[in-house]
Every structure is written in C-alpha cells, then in structure tokens.
Design a protein. Structure first.
Length: 276
C-alpha cells in the first residue's frame, strides 16, 4: 500500500478515519458537514482558477497557492457552523412553536456570522433590515423578498392557503405560509446567488445607494441581481426521488405539493434537504 499525505493527515486527526480510508471506505458524501465544506470551497475565492491553481502534494490538497505573496491558503469551516449544529441538536427538546423559532433565530445568527468566511470583499456584520445598513444586508433583504414572491406563486398554484402557517404567526393579511416554506430555499437559492454576484464582482459598491444608515440596490444593481436570481431559478439538478432533472423554481412547487399530501393524509411531509 502506498502511503500518501491523506494517510498522514488522518493519522494525526483521527485513527478511525485513517482505517476507513486505508480500507477504501469513503466518507458519507451526503452529510451536512461535507455539504458545508463543499459550499465554502466552491463559493470562496471564485476567481482562483484564473489566477491560482489547486495544489496537490503527496495526496494533500491545498485550496490554492499564491505564488506572488508565497502564501498557501486553506479554506476551513468556521466554528460558527459548529455552534449552529449544537443549537440544532436542542430542537427535539422544544415544546412549543415559540421555542422552535427562538432556536431557529439563534441558528440563523450563527449562520449569518459565517458569511464573512465566504465573501471576499464585502463584510456582512450583523443582520440589519428595515433598513439594511450595508451591501450584504441589502442583497439578503431584496433576495428574500424575491423568494417570498416566488413561493407565493407556487402556493397559489397548489391551492394551499398562504395565510395558514405552521411556524410563523398566521394572519389574514400576512402570507405566513410563504415565510415557512421560503426558509428552506433562502440558503439554497438567495444566499448562493449573493455569494456568486459579490465574489465574481458582478456587483460592486457602485450598484448601491447609501443614505444615512440605509443601503439599497440602485436600479442597475437590481437588474443584475434579478437576472442572477432568474438564472438560479432556471438552473436544474438531478432530483433523487423523481429520478429526473428539475429546476429550483419547480422545486418550490414540489415542496408545496408535499405539504398538501401531508394535509390530505396521503404521505408524511419531509422537508427538502440539499444533498449535493
């Protein structure tokens, strides 16, 4: 057997992983941790391919080597992600919706705190809205609004009542069911678009208007972001259950149909979970 750098790494980190790797047993590629690592890897330094190369030394992959500054960069997960996992483990003990929403709010804070790892030239800071105080918050608010609108369209197409919800407080003049369902898709659709347009420099500070403590997309910036969102909606992937390609836009409608089947007693609802 040839000893590689990966063997050495696993020997230092975890003997169990070393045994699994040495015996050809692969790590679970569908776990949350693997997905998060992939997200950070793919979203960080998107211009790397044009300036740098991923380096492999004796089986050890380094994210990239900056030859000019002679610096090796390795993209790692933040401990904020670990904090989110710790909080999610407390969900089974929640006794009321308010408790669940409180835990969700704390998880979201940890999640947003990790944005600065992925974003290159912009800082998230804390989540601010009404009004958003910086560019990242402006994109989150605008993108979430677009996601709500698309979710509302899907809800109407599946004959669900958008004012009757399960987590967010329902109301006759509030489409609270859209708030429930869109929580699934904001990280998958909205946030991925934000990482893309900022890290690939499709948007810059010139696409935002700043007045006092308010930061909003200007008209040119809105056009660029809306186009990026539409491209994301039309993007397709292989759906595991259906065995065919579906778009992200259609995926939202499928989620509504799953909820409808549960209400009708046909099939228990299981929320969509990204697995690639």
């Amino acid at each position: 057997m040839t000893i590689t750098g990966t063997h050495f790494n696993y020997y230092q980190l975890c003997h169990r992983k070393l045994w699994l790797f040495a015996n050809g047993i692969n790590m679970e590629q569908e776990s949350d941790l693997v997905y998060e690592g992939k997200l950070v890897h793919e979203s960080s330094y998107p211009q790397r391919t044009s300036k740098y190369e991923e380096v492999e030394i004796d089986g050890i992959k380094v994210d990239y080597y900056d030859a000019k500054n002679k610096v090796i960069h390795e993209i790692k997960k933040s401990n904020k992600v670990d904090k989110a996992h710790e909080l999610s483990n407390t969900l089974p003990d929640a006794k009321a919706v308010d408790e669940i929403m409180g835990i969700e709010g704390n998880i979201r804070q940890a999640y947003y705190a990790a944005f600065d790892i992925i974003l290159d030239d912009f800082n998230m800071g804390s989540r601010t809205k009404q009004p958003p105080e910086n560019e990242v918050n402006a994109l989150i608010s605008f993108g979430n609004m677009m996601c709500y609108a698309e979710t509302l369209r899907a809800v109407h197409q599946t004959q669900l009542n958008p004012t009757i919800s399960f987590l967010h407080t329902p109301g006759e003049r509030r489409f609270s069911l859209c708030l429930d369902i869109s929580e699934i898709f904001k990280p998958i659709i909205v946030d991925r678009v934000i990482f893309k347009v900022l890290n690939k420099h499709a948007l810059s500070t010139s696409h935002f208007d700043k007045k006092l403590n308010k930061c909003l997309l200007n008209e040119k910036g809105k056009k660029i972001f809306v186009k990026a969102m539409e491209e994301r909606y039309d993007e397709t992937f292989r759906h595991r259950s259906l065995g065919r390609n579906v778009s992200y836009k259609h995926l939202i409608k499928l989620e509504c149909y799953k909820l409808l089947k549960d209400i009708l007693g046909i099939e228990e609802y299981k929320p969509f979970k990204m697995y690639w």
